[in-house]
Design a binder for this molecule. Structure first.
Ligand code: PRX
Length: 670
């Protein structure tokens, strides 16, 4: 075990001194879907003892199928097929299914735009299920009209506006595969993703509002579509059409023959668009996420299993009830936005709220204003946001009536107990259970989480596995470690919404997830189980950072950095950060003759921003004459992490090639 893991384990030991336990209140449990630990255990045991029987029953109850499956699970490790031969459609399950029920006229999506003046609420759009169904059918016909067929890939690069959800659902309606790219990513990232999945279309908007300014999305797309590879070949030559939503009214270029306006296209179509009968294993979407190499992985999810997972976890973890106004604050560009803004809640007939902008625009009470205005009952957000709220002060939430809230959720990184308690007391008024949900882009849905009417929670742990999920903490040999010992988190058994592969890279799929521990899915996370069996996640053990809940591959940042001509070498590491969980620090050595300066530091930050996107901009760039390396030439990240965190260098430095490098790194900043 390397030193970082030891440090991490120590960290958990201290967390485990967290002895506070919060059982659900009787009032909450009384009306919850799962009302006690014995009910949870009974169902969990069933799901583990006879998984196929369990999942078959759930799939029958929760999902509408056009044709039944022939086999529940076909498992040839690491390849799973769920509900083999079954036919269904995700948009049908999210929309049509509700049409002849009282849900038809219930709000499916409540949307609030960002622009607002202090003390005022923003623009509002509400879609009932019937209205959303109509919009999705119309837009699905627009896709067809523009040449999109089953299996085609479409990049969605939109702000948090209803059209983002409509576009996703329209894709699933006709069997096109969407790949949503977060609006904060750069032109280069868009181009790389278009190239990787050979997309035929981009759906974007003129611009998006963010903290009062306009993000020029269409301009980024234009730039992306002009990018060529080293041989001068266009990276994006597969793109035939760009559909543009008018949102920010900023000036944009329209390329005749390629670019069309969303609202104009609607004039040519009707709202009759029957849902395609899709195979259970038909690809549903690709979502790119960072890994430990420079190239993001296109995580592939398929239809039947994904939908079942998203639906069931939404229902049980958020305890969705008929009257809830549910708000997941994640952007659609992340998996949380897929499973818990769009597919999960809509499949359950819930009311899902979407907010376009920043939590502190125009003032730091925007979230609380929204909760009061719409009577939000369930709030699902990220620890990094909670820590920002703590910093901004309790006066902002205190200005608003938050008593509509009944349940709080957290996702994206371990939530530190201090933030947990603040969330519980200040936002939840001590009455709302908190579900700390552990999962990943790859897992498709929540894997480890309390069930709010059953599980006693402890600040800082995601507690226990969801139905059908078999997590285990193991050592380097893949053997289970005793309780309270740190190790690697693996999942032992296949589950319906697990990833099916990495788009176009079957080898990497096997290497990344299935080679570390034979026969098990390797999560890349370090973990420990306490005496009650609760799972405490300590963070990544590979070269992936979690900055403000976003996964950033150190290799990606390094390769972006060295693509700048002034840079000779770069090493990216994380250091603990009060707000973001981890901050990104990059050690850079410059080419001979290049002078280190503050302006160069800014230039390099912007360079990485341009290559990857603002989310990956380093928090700190440290210029160094050399990087500490082993005699075999490997950068010693462990040492760099310690330097970046300002801790005294501990541990073995005997393999270090040039000891003087360390002294220089520690003492100099320029
Ligand atoms: O390290 C874990 C952390 O986020 C990683 C997954 O990131 P991503 O695929 O971007 O998905 C984020 C939203 C699901 C995990 O490997 N993580 C996520 N949720 C938690 C967490 N770590 C601790 N506790 C959580 N609740």
């Amino acid at each position: 075990m390397d030193k970082t893991k030891v440090a991490a384990t120590k960290n958990i030991t201290s967390l485990s001194q967290e002895t506070r336990v919060f059982p659900p209140s009787k009032e909450f449990s009384k009306r919850a879907h799962i009302r006690s630990m014995s009910e949870y255990r009974k169902l969990y045991n069933e799901s583990i003892k006879s998984p196929e029987k369990f999942w078959a029953k759930q799939a029958k109850n929760e999902v509408v199928w056009f044709a039944p499956w022939k086999k529940v699970l076909q498992w040839k490790a690491p390849h799973a097929k769920w509900f083999v031969g079954g036919k269904l459609n995700v948009s049908y399950n999210c929309l049509d299914k509700h049409l002849n029920t009282p849900t038809a006229n219930k709000a499916a999506l409540i949307w609030e735009g960002e622009p607002a003046s202090p003390g005022r609420a923003g623009e509002e759009r509400v879609f009932t299920y019937k209205q959303l169904h109509r919009e999705v059918c119309l837009f699905a016909n627009v896709l067809k009209r523009n040449g999109i067929k089953k299996g085609d890939r479409i990049i969605i690069y939109l702000p948090m506006i209803p059209e983002a959800a409509i576009a996703m659902l329209a894709c699933t309606r006709i069997g096109a595969i969407h790949s949503v790219v977060f609006g904060g990513f750069s032109a280069q990232s868009v181009a790389d993703r278009v190239f990787d999945c050979q997309a035929k279309m981009v759906i974007t908007s003129d611009g998006g509002f963010r903290r009062g300014s306009i993000v020029p999305l269409k301009k980024n797309v234009d730039e992306a579509l002009a990018i060529k590879d080293a041989q001068g070949v266009s990276l994006t030559k597969t793109i035939e059409k760009v559909i543009v939503v008018r949102r920010a009214n900023n000036d944009i270029h329209i390329e005749e023959g390629r670019d069309v306006w969303w609202h104009r296209e609607l004039e040519y179509v009707n709202a009759n668009c029957p849902a395609e009968k899709m195979d259970s294993e038909a690809p549903l979407f690709i979502l790119y996420t960072s890994g430990s190499t420079g190239k993001p992985k296109g995580i592939l999810h398929t239809t039947g299993g994904y939908l079942l997972g998203a639906k069931m976890t939404s229902k049980y973890v958020f305890d969705l009830q008929e009257t809830d106004v549910y708000w997941c604050t994640a952007d659609i560009g992340w998996v949380t936005g897929h499973s818990y803004v769009v597919y999960g809640p809509l499949a359950n007939g819930a009311t899902s709220l979407m907010y376009e902008g920043a939590p502190n625009f125009p003032e730091p009470d925007r979230f609380w204003r929204i909760i009061e205005k719409y009577g939000v009952t369930i709030l699902y957000t990220a620890p990094t946001a909670i820590r920002a709220f703590m910093k901004w002060g309790v006066e902002w939430p205190k200005k608003h009536n938050l008593t509509s809230l009944r349940l709080l959720g957290s996702v994206g990184e371990p939530i530190n107990p201090e933030a947990w308690i603040w969330y519980h007391e200040v936002i939840g008024g001590k009455r709302c259970p908190i579900v700390d949900t552990w999962w990943q882009t790859e897992t498709g849905g929540i894997m480890i989480s309390p069930l709010p009417g059953a599980t006693p929670t402890k600040p800082g742990t995601a507690t226990l596995p969801f139905f059908g999920i078999v997590p285990e903490v193991v050592d380097d040999q893949g053997k289970a470690v005793p309780k309270n010992c740190g190790g690697k988190l693996v999942i032992r058994k296949p589950w319906p919404n697990m990833l099916r592969g990495i788009w176009g890279d079957p080898k990497r799929f096997v290497e990344t997830y299935w080679s570390e521990v034979k026969g098990s899915y390797f999560t890349g996370d370090g973990c420990r189980q306490d005496k009650d069996g609760y799972f405490w996640i300590v963070g990544r053990i590979d070269d992936v950072l979690n900055v403000a809940g976003h996964r950033i591959g150190t290799a990606e940042v390094e390769s972006a950095m060295v693509s700048n001509l002034k840079v000779a070498e770069a090493a990216a590491v994380g250091r603990p950060d009060e707000l973001k969980g981890q901050a990104l620090v990059v050690f850079v050595t410059l080419k001979t003759g290049v002078q280190a300066s503050q302006s160069l530091r800014e230039e390099l930050r912007n360079h990485v921003g341009k290559e990857i996107g603002a989310v990956a901009k380093p928090d700190d760039i440290r210029f160094a004459e050399a990087l500490p390396k082993t005699r075999s030439g490997k950068i010693m990240r462990r040492l760099l992490k310690q330097i970046a965190s300002g801790i005294e260098i501990k541990g073995d430095t005997t393999t270090l090639e040039d000891l003087s490098v360390l002294a220089k790194l520690s003492s100099s900043d320029e």
